[in-house]
Design a protein around this ligand. Structure first.
Ligand code: AMP
Length: 299
């Protein structure tokens, strides 16, 4: 098992879905991703929170064995407010308050600089780049992003894409970023920029993997009860890289297994608000759903 370094937001989220509402709950791309990765590997996090960030949220991450030394403390925590309608594949943003993130400058602690598996979770692309530049010899870099950064920092985002091994995007973002209706064209455009693989997440409908000569389609898990899909993309990314760090096999065949593991973490995450479902998740739960995934796609 190898370590994973996660760079992303640690946030307070206010979320409304047709099944309820929570206020200032633990959220953020790095929280979800590191928690998901912790089922397979030992994650460390680089981020920033404010003085308003509840200690109990820190404790929850720490108790999972996540190294939090790279989380700086400033004035006010990143805040995101979003809602979903019955189509839970699309989060609608009501408010994004960058707060401390607006003046955050990445400092990679010395002990993280030799970590080989890096997840640039959804974050300011300038800081994703800054982090990458400080890491000595990154062996495998995965990145994620979202429409907020495509709208505000597209040039910097394109620069990060050129430096990573795997690009993760959801379908809407892929269409927006590459200005096309075709996901295949978007993936091929992305591959031409440099990554060896592009994974397009399609919410409850699964995920597509594109490499230069192969294509894999992972099914979505048929969940009967979805309460809150927030963080599913981050859990997918965390589960994906965590599994690869555990198995230390970066072949295309193992990417497929990593995608299924990412999908498992994401599907469990949607069953409850914030990180509530992941808190009680066990290895046995993961193994059971892995078998179900195998059954679903056999014919
Ligand atoms: P996901 O549902 O996986 O796309 O990610 C949801 C998480 O992303 C939430 O917990 C938010 O706090 C966080 N988030 C929302 N907007 C941004 C943003 N612009 N940059 C980084 N993280 C964000």
């Amino acid at each position: 098992m190898d370590d994973v370094l996660v760079i992303g937001t640690v946030a307070l989220d206010t979320i409304e879905t047709p099944f309820g509402r929570i206020e200032k709950a633990l959220g953020g791309s790095a929280s979800y991703a590191s928690f998901a990765a912790s089922f397979f590997s030992k994650p460390s996090v680089i981020s920033v929170v404010g003085k308003d960030f509840p200690q109990e949220y820190m404790e929850l991450l720490r108790k999972r064995g996540i190294d939090l030394e790279g989380i700086q403390t400033d004035e006010k925590t990143f805040f995101w407010e979003g809602f979903y309608e019955y189509d839970m594949n699309e989060a609608k943003t009501r408010k994004t308050e960058l707060n401390s993130l607006a003046r955050f400058r990445t400092i990679v602690p010395e002990k993280y600089k030799s970590i080989k598996y890096i997840f640039l979770a959804n974050f300011d692309p300038e800081q994703q780049l800054e982090a990458l530049n400080q890491i000595e010899n990154p062996e495998f870099v995965v990145m994620d992003t979202m429409n907020f950064w495509i709208n505000n920092k597209k040039k910097q985002l394109m620069e990060v894409i050129r430096k990573v091994d795997v690009l993760l995007l959801n379908d809407g973002e892929a269409r927006q970023l590459f200005n096309t209706a075709s996901l295949v064209k978007a993936a091929n455009d992305a591959l031409r920029l440099g990554p060896d693989a592009v994974i397009i997440k399609k919410g409850e409908h699964g995920a597509l993997l594109f490499t230069k000569d192969k294509h894999f389609s992972a099914p979505g898990y048929p969940l009967e009860s979805i309460k809150d899909p927030t963080g599913c993309g981050d859990c997918f990314g965390g589960g994906f890289i965590g599994y690869l760090a555990k198995t230390k096999d970066l072949s295309e065949g193992n990417f497929r297994k990593a995608i299924i593991n990412g999908s498992i973490l994401a599907s469990y995450n949607a069953e409850d608000f914030s990180l509530n479902r992941l808190k009680t998740l066990t290895q046995k739960d993961i193994e059971e759903r892995y078998k179900e995934f195998q059954d679903i796609r056999e014919f």
